[in-house]
Write a protein that binds this ligand. Sequence first.
Ligand code: CP
Length: 303
Amino acid sequence: RKDLLDIASLDREEIEVLLDQAVPFKELFTRSVKKVPALKGKSVLMLFYEPSTRTHSSFEVAAKRLSADVTNFDVAQSSITKGESVRETVETLQSMRTDYIIVRHKSSGLPGTIARLTKASVVNAGDGAHAHPTQALLDAFTIKEKFPDPTGKKVLIVGDILHSRVARSTSTILKKLGLQVSYLGPGSLVPRLGPENIQRFTNYEEAMKWQPDVVYLLRVQMERQDVQFFPSIREYHKLYGVTDARLEEIRQRGLYIMHPGPVNRGVELCDAVLDYERSLINDQVENGIAVRMSVLYHLRPNA
Ligand code: CP
């Protein structure tokens, strides 16, 4: 495979190969082996048109641990600010013989367009509301660490499903791996029919009766709200957020909590969630490096 653009185009076997390879990569860190020579002599270019903390730094660390050379393309300082087209940018990068391009852009489908323009392997690091495949892979890896056979386990994804590339990619990967997925959120932010007719709740208590094993909280994306945001942020926390009282119930039931970050404290969750013993939020960040190493290791740029 040359590129990783979404989860939908991966079959279960490919997903499992990527997840399995991440296990020894993660084990290397625990043995304090910081680098392997797998991508020595290869170049990785980070092309982020949108901000990122986790995905960007995680890809950079992953590429360096594979001994690749990493260049951070600074969009703000580039000729993009003078109106250079994506095509021209990519052709310029192609002339520099870049082997891998990691791209984040607000437009759905743009990484796919870039992939068709270049011999480099392109990894989608998030495109609009379309896909975030490496987030999905690290989410699946994190769940599999807790449930080695996750078949039939239930994951409730809570929040702004409509604008969320994470919800789209993560629910797709979990379904492919045999888990059950449901959505919970305000009617205006949860599509009536999700992928594969995923069950949809608009009431927290009703959703809890479904008895999830994992509660996956999404970030409320203030920057993508093109519909009237209803309810208000304070109401959202009351209706759908993990409040102190709900955290107590979650603790008693022994449920895991996940969140892709960045977290809006006091919106999706209360501060106490960050110290909750079954919060997997830091595990997700840590696992992101091993999973992204696995992705880079498996992709094959065209010669
Ligand atoms: N989860 C995620 O994509 O976070 P960043 O926006 O910080 O990369």
